[in-house]
Design a protein around this ligand. Sequence first.
Ligand code: COA
Length: 165
Amino acid sequence: MEFLSLAIYPGSFDPITKGHIDVLKKAVKLFDKVVIAVAINYDKKSFCSIDERKELIKKSIQDIKNVEVDSFEGLTVDYAKEKGANAIIRGLRAVSDFEYEMQMAQMNSSLCSDIETVFLIPKTKYNFISSSTVKEVAKLGGSVEKFVTEPVKRFLEESSNRGVL
Ligand code: COA
């Protein structure tokens, strides 16, 4: 039987940035298929709806093959098991990410020892980007084209013009 390696790349993606896309591009080189999954988290105040986030991801990654875009509620490891994944992808931008990511990876490993967390490091030029800082720059009229794709840039500009960013 043919063995297919499958990884889940979970996150808020509110919205997706070029840093996330860089991590995704590295992940598809290592796995046969990657599911980029928007985590539904009612505790984290979000800007884009889940459907908007999924739509922006789809529009932003059209040139990347073997990727499915999805969303999930509940534990990441439960979703990963349900999908038949053997790995969870997380990006590590800086040392400041490490402690939180380490804690999350160890918690996930103790919940499900069959699923490994794989950390990937985005290019240095994307290390300082986060969805919040990109939204703040867009809201204050700054240029975000270095940090997000054209569809996300348009979405942020339209939201800013409507005063909803
Ligand atoms: N490029 C740019 N930005 C990046 C990035 C990258 N490569 N990697 C992370 N970020 C930014 C995000 O934009 C986000 O910025 P923001 O806070 O300004 O929105 C921030 O880093 C957090 O990243 P994200 O990957 O979205 O993590 P998160 O903390 O919001 O979500 C989940 C993490 C969803 C994976 C985690 O909460 C989870 O697994 N939830 C499900 C419940 C669960 O299983 N809990 C048990 C785990 S202990």
